[in-house]
Design a protein around this ligand. Structure first.
Ligand code: GDP
Length: 606
């Protein structure tokens, strides 16, 4: 008899308890041994994800309960990963929506839930944390139903099963008033409500590669749901590539998911989500099949990289002080490692030695990589992002995206204005229950910095996501940063005395005591030009005490940039120095004379 299988995607706003819930499910199935793995948290393996409140890359795990395998796929919540969400939704037959019983459903889950509904998936809703004193499960239940209506749920989706309980305390029940002792009601509901995968009986093995993993022993592992048939380790499979090319290879490994790891198996059957190794350079979107004549399965295409940034060795005066890995070799190896599993990032050598060009689906995606490297101890310089243009028949084409934005109506005007200045063209707009949903076409250039603006303009309630649309003729200039900079002329320590005077010129990025160097950008000049300043001057000590001398200088808090913000902020003649200790903004060319000469050359060449 074939084992029972259920495939679920899990959707939750950060901190609503997804990790705690998945751990609990794994324990119920005996997949997570409390002794060994108590400290490990399954879905939340990246610190960075916790902070950002998003899942960066989809991950799989599986719960084995009674005779059933419940595969659980995490969903990425980041706007740069729209295509990935669609691929996840195509692998599963149901979604588990986890909602906090106090906070209710949050904006960030709307996009992913909409994609799930569009695929016709049936949700199971878990209202978690009902142990919290302010919990109001009935109100939250209604809020979830309202959200379903807004997202055009079908009748069947609207009549989703709801469970109430506390992942922390280890129980879920079908009624908020009758606590249960365990999570059996939740597991039973999943088995009842989520349909088993549809399988074409008797058909030979076929699987669409929906994700890629990397294993140090067997190399690339193709992950996907088996559509039909079964696969056995050691057998020969054929690979059908989207362009029509075909080849074959012997399968070296077949793995199922289990808790924090994968588990080798001899065979795997239709409906299961598994990993298959054997094709060295397998890619997402390819079909693996037993029959060499098989038709490829349809797939959601991977968006091409549209944005690039240069990474290089830190050559600032403080280079090597704060980082563990600082050489060009170390940076190159780290980037090479990234490309093994991160399918949407590409690395090439730039014209200049020691400079690596990193291309991706959006600036945020690259920012995530830089932030990971920083935390691992790397030190490097990164440039401002630029879009990847194409030259076709002598015309310059640039990438455009379809942008989905959802904002409360109260903030609509500000958002429309920002979209207008970014040359977005609104294609449709719908309002429901005070929420406005828009679809627009926007040049990828116009997206850089948009998410940050959106959050600012909507007090954090706006959400957006984007999908690559096409390359089309360049659509004209977009106003970039209007302000200039305050650039340090000295290397030394920033002094309160001089910073106090400089505050009159503009907003500062450094505080007293910070080491600074020549060419470092230490503040913003509200006028458009770059102003050389000396932040290291100390007050002359004299024998005559003048009035006010004893008073501490009151400085305003300097602007602190997050990496993402810094990436959006810097101009093309500036760089960000990234080290484990923090960020500094600097001019690409540190020496002021050389900068002036370069500017002149640029004018002549222009
Ligand atoms: P995630 O970000 O969605 O993965 O959420 P976590 O599982 O990490 O949970 C976020 C926080 O909520 C943690 O501090 C958990 O201990 C806590 N938490 C999770 N479930 C419950 C619950 O049922 N009740 C209470 N009171 N806290 C919970």
């Amino acid at each position: 008899m074939q084992p029972l299988i259920r495939n679920l995607a899990i959707i939750a706003h950060v901190d609503h308890g997804k990790t705690t819930l998945v751990d609990l499910l794994l324990r119920a199935g005996g997949d997570l041994n409390a002794r060994d793995d108590a400290e490990e948290r399954v879905m939340d393996s990246m610190d960075l994800e916790r902070e950002k409140g998003i899942t960066i890359r989809a991950k799989n795990t599986a719960v084995h309960w009674r005779a059933c395998t419940i595969n659980i796929v995490d969903t990425p919540g980041h706007a740069d990963f729209g295509g990935e969400v669609e691929r996840v939704m195509k692998m599963v037959e149901g979604v588990l929506l986890v909602v906090d019983a106090v906070e209710g459903p949050q904006a960030q889950t709307r996009f992913v839930l909409r994609k799930a509904f569009q695929q016709g998936l049936r949700p199971v809703v878990v209202i978690n944390k009902i142990d919290r004193p302010q919990a109001d499960p009935r109100r939250v239940h209604n809020e979830v139903l309202e959200l379903f209506l807004e997202l055009d749920a079908t009748d069947e989706q609207f009549h989703a099963a709801f469970l109430y309980g506390s992942a922390r305390d280890g129980w879920f029940s079908r009624s908020p008033d009758e606590p249960s002792r365990d999570i059996v009601p939740l597991l039973e509901t999943i088995l009842e409500q989520v349909p088993p995968p549809k399988i074409e009986a008797g058909a030979p093995f076929r699987m669409l590669v929906s994700n890629i993993d990397w294993d140090d022993y067997v190399g690339r592992v193709a992950i996907g749901k088996i559509e039909s048939g079964s696969v056995r380790r050691g057998e020969i499979l054929h690979r059908l590539r989207p362009g029509g090319a075909r080849d074959s290879a012997r399968i070296t490994r077949v793995v199922e998911f289990a808790s924090l790891r994968t588990r080798d198996c001899e065979t795997a059957n239709a409906g299961n989500i598994v990993g298959i190794a054997g094709f060295e350079d397998v890619e997402i979107g390819e079909t693996l099949a037993a029959d060499p004549e098989a038709q490829p399965l349809p797939f959601v295409s991977i968006d091409p990289p549209t944005v690039q940034m240069d990474f290089s060795v830190n050559d600032s005066p403080f280079a090597g002080r704060e980082g563990k890995y600082v050489t060009s070799r170390q940076i190159r190896d780290r980037l090479a490692r990234e490309t093994k599993t991160n399918i949407s990032i590409r690395i090439t050598d730039a014209e200049q030695a020691g400079v690596f060009r990193v291309s991706a689906r959006g600036a945020m995606q690259i920012a995530v990589l830089v932030e990971q490297m920083r935390r691992e101890g790397y030190e490097l310089l990164v440039s401002s992002p630029s879009v990847i243009t194409r030259e076709v028949d002598g015309r310059s084409l640039e990438p455009f995206e379809t942008l989905y934005v959802e904002v409360p109506e109260a903030h609509l005007n500000a958002v429309l204005k920002s979209l207008g200045s970014r040359r977005a063209r609104i294609e449709s707009m719908h309002s429901r229950s005070g929420h406005c949903r828009m679809e627009a076409v926007i040049p990828t250039r116009g997206l850089i910095g948009f998410q940050f603006d959106l959050l600012n303009q909507t007090a954090g309630t706006g959400v957006c996501s984007h999908l690559f649309r096409e390359y089309a003729p360049h659509c004209g200039p977009i106003a970039t940063r209007q302000t200039g900079t305050l650039v340090s002329t000295e290397t030394g320590t920033a002094m309160a005395y001089s910073l106090g005077a400089l505050e009159e010129r503009g907003r500062l990025f450094v505080r007293p005591g910070d080491p600074v160097y020549e060419g470092q950008v230490i503040g913003e000049n509200p006028r458009g030009d770059d102003l050389p300043v000396n932040p290291t001057k100390a007050k002359h000590v004299t024998n005559h005490r003048s009035q006010g001398d004893g008073k501490a200088i009151q400085l305003s808090t300097p602007i602190e940039f997050s990496l993402e913000r810094a990436i959006e902020y810097i101009a093309s003649d500036e760089l960000i120095e990234v080290t484990p200790a923090g960020l500094r903004l600097r001019k690409r060319v540190l020496c002021p004379h050389e900068r002036r000469r370069q500017r002149k050359r640029d004018v002549v060449n222009a």
